[in-house]
Design a binder for this molecule. Structure first.
Ligand SMILES: Nc1ncnc2c1ncn2[C@@H]1O[C@H](COP(=O)(O)OP(=O)(O)OP(=O)(O)O)[C@@H](O)[C@H]1O
Ligand SMILES: [Mg+2]
Length: 339
């Protein structure tokens, strides 16, 4: 089974070809970072225009690199939500057009299901129940999977996503985009206990909160402009300790067989180390994708689309014009997708 994946939800245009659930044949990623860098953040209008420029060449290159004719592609999987609406529309319109023209079934994919599916690209035989920590630019979510396509959201951020907090603190510290990786580099030179930052203690449930920490870090920069490395290291220590605490609590309550880590912030070494330690301490398996599959990419979207499509009743596993009527808003955020 060959799946073509398309991802255009934010500032990466990506096209991938996947064989079955986990063999990546091609995974092309065109980042737009240079176009947004001078603005200090992603500009939605520029993002959609860049996707328009990049998508068709990437689609053709991916297909040719994979050595495939259109008739050899069995499924088109496309990110349909959540994301920047103008950017999503570029990918969705392309997927619908290709699906219609070549009579290939089209599977809309929730972007967060895509991030979670990157764990299965890294290790296809993961054991359920699986606790997944999704940490990205727009989301911090703790999700319990009892099987394929079964997602139960245990917790989410009450304010900023952790990636957003990294990016905003990086900006306050005058670091260039991409904020998260640059803050991580600076943190390596600082004292994690240089500042006594704390995170909101959320005793009940499994939610996260970063707004207080973000403000504390920004204020520290105003008072001690020369101590940027200590601020970065102390911010990172506090932010990651909240992730560890909530994950540990969820492991104790739900006793999963596996802990999975995914999303752009899963590329962070401190986050990876702390989550691995949490899993080891509880004697459960730990999985995290290679860094290139943590940030946005179409291979993970192809995998998530494959899992959804595989679980459809056989009669629905065919090209169906009515499926092309989906709108980007029709996919609910994860957690509401409980099947
Ligand atoms: N090494 C790192 N340390 C900390 N943060 C990082 C690192 N690498 C990437 N990030 C952060 O990851 C985020 C990008 O991840 P991703 O591409 O998954 O987010 P997104 O797609 O914009 O958001 P979402 O997936 O929630 O829609 C950015 O906030 C970036 O700063
Ligand atoms: Mg993402």
């Amino acid at each position: 089974m060959i799946t073509l994946g398309i991802e255009t939800s934010c500032d990466e245009t990506s096209v991938a070809v996947l064989e079955n659930e986990s063999r990546i044949i091609v995974n092309l990623i065109a980042t737009q970072i240079e176009a947004h860098q001078i603005f200090g953040g992603v500009v939605p209008e520029i993002a959609s225009r860049k996707h328009l420029e990049m998508l068709n060449p990437l689609l053709e290159t991916a297909r040719l690199d994979a050595g495939l004719e259109w008739r050899e592609i069995d499924l088109i999987a496309v990110t349909a939500a959540p994301g920047l609406v103008g950017s999503l529309l570029v990918g969705v319109a392309a997927a619908k057009a290709l699906s219609f023209a070549h009579r290939i079934p089209c599977q809309p994919v929730n972007h967060l299901e895509g991030h979670i599916a990157s764990n299965f690209l890294a290790q296809p035989d993961l054991e359920f129940p699986m606790l997944c920590l999704v940490v990205s630019g727009g989301h911090s979510e703790l999700v319990l999977m009892r099987g394929f396509n079964q997602f139960e959201r245990l917790g989410r951020t009450r304010d900023d996503a952790i990636g957003e907090a990294y990016d905003k603190v990086a900006r306050a510290l005058n670091l260039p985009m991409p904020g998260g990786p640059n803050l991580e580099k600076l943190a390596a030179q600082g004292d994690p206990y240089g500042f006594d930052f704390t995170v909101t203690h959320l005793a009940d449930g499994f939610d996260f909160s970063y707004s207080g920490l973000k403000t504390a870090a920004s204020q520290a920069k105003m008072k001690h402009p020369e101590k940027t490395a200590d601020i970065a290291a102390s911010f990172q220590r506090a932010a990651v300790s909240q992730l560890r605490g909530q994950v540990q609590k969820a492991i104790e309550k739900y006793k999963p067989a596996t802990l999975g880590l995914c999303g752009g912030v899963a590329a962070n070494s401190a986050v990876r180390a702390q989550m691995e330690a949490a899993a080891n301490e509880s004697g459960i398996s730990f999985v995290v994708p290679p860094k290139v599959l943590c940030t946005d990419n179409a291979a993970m979207i192809a995998a998530a689309g494959y899992f959804r499509f595989r679980d459809l009743p056989t009669e629905q596993q065919k090209f169906d014009l009515s499926v092309l009527n989906f709108e980007t808003k029709s996919l609910l955020p994860i957690g509401e997708i409980v099947s």
